[in-house]
Design a binder for this molecule. Structure first.
Ligand code: AMP
Length: 300
């Protein structure tokens, strides 16, 4: 078993109603890798510019994250994103995006990563997701994410990606936009028709729903007392979920359900601080303790 992620590495500026964090380490692949590496070693495929602070690379190196696929492209600039959360801390506006190196050629997959079996295609252009997947010899389980931009503007390519993956993780707004259904149960079922064997719809503070051919299962969000910065919740969820599946080496119905709990708990830690503030010091026993608490909550 070997788990590979490809996605963005960025420098984020995040504004919440009460606080802000400037120029912090972010990006979809970073949040995913930090959570998933608490379960199994993670192989990272991503590209940054030569302005990427060495201190941020050092942060990535503190975990079992293989950086052989991290390209530092000379003469290019790192992706930057600025977002502001609304008072409900659920919705956010993107104030500024500088795609920079993400607009250039995607990073290649190093030869030693081509035997990877579990793959997470974090949100990026669907054609780039397909190109990455095409470089893997024999993937066993492929899961992808996407976003409103690709659903609106690159629908055909996105449908092609969805036909190539085993699972997809999206949020409620994306599921509605993709299927044209307001009812999320109908949206989830429709998405199964597009190819994946399982679909997860995340609903922020309302938890997440897993859809398979056997029906659907709902889990609530973990009741976190303090939500300081929701950025990265979705990718941390995916990291906990897929990290658990990779650790177990299968994706049967029971494992998918357990994975939902692990994803939920991973996300609950990520939102307790800005950037990787909380996740950096997180251990596997912190996760396991909270999963046990979560299972108790689900029993009540
Ligand atoms: P999430 O909150 O899980 O949706 O992920 C937030 C992360 O996504 C932030 O750290 C951003 O750097 C990154 N991000 C935002 N917009 C994009 C984009 N268009 N492409 C790739 N990554 C993005």
């Amino acid at each position: 078993m070997s788990l590979l992620v490809t996605g963005s590495i960025g420098i984020d500026t995040v504004l919440t109603p009460d606080e802000r964090a400037d120029e912090v380490l972010g990006g979809t692949a970073v949040y995913f890798a930090f959570s998933a590496s608490l379960y199994v070693p993670v192989r990272l495929v991503a590209v940054v510019g030569d302005d990427f602070p060495p201190a941020y690379r050092d942060v990535l190196a503190t975990r079992e994250i293989d950086l052989a696929g991290l390209e530092v492209r000379r003469g290019s600039r790192t992706f930057r994103w600025t977002g502001r959360y609304k008072p409900n801390m659920n919705e956010r506006d993107t104030l500024e995006v500088q795609l920079n190196v993400l607009e250039e050629a995607p990073p290649g997959v190093p030869d030693e990563f081509k035997d990877s079996t579990y793959i997470f295609l974090a949100n990026t252009h669907p054609v780039q997701q397909q190109a990455l997947l095409g470089q893997i010899d024999a993937p066993k389980l492929v899961v992808c994410d996407t976003m409103d931009l690709w659903i609106a503007n690159e629908r055909e390519s996105l449908l092609k990606t969805l036909g190539m993956v085993n699972g997809v993780i999206v949020n409620d707004a994306e599921a509605r936009q993709l299927t044209g259904r307001m009812d999320l149960v109908e949206a989830g079922r429709d998405m199964l028709e597009l190819g994946p064997q399982f679909v997860i719809i995340k609903k922020g503070e309302h938890g997440a729903t897993l859809f398979t051919e056997n029906g659907s299962v709902d889990v609530p969000a973990f009741p976190t007392e303090k939500v300081r910065d929701p950025t990265g919740a979705g990718d941390s969820f995916a990291g906990g979920f897929l990290g658990y599946l990779a650790q177990e080496g299968n994706a049967d119905e029971d494992t998918l359900r357990q994975g939902l709990a692990h994803g939920t708990v991973a996300a609950s830690f990520a939102i307790e601080d800005f950037s990787l503030g909380r996740v950096r010091s997180l251990t596997r026993s912190d996760i396991d303790r909270r999963v046990a608490q979560f299972v108790e909550i689900l029993r009540d």
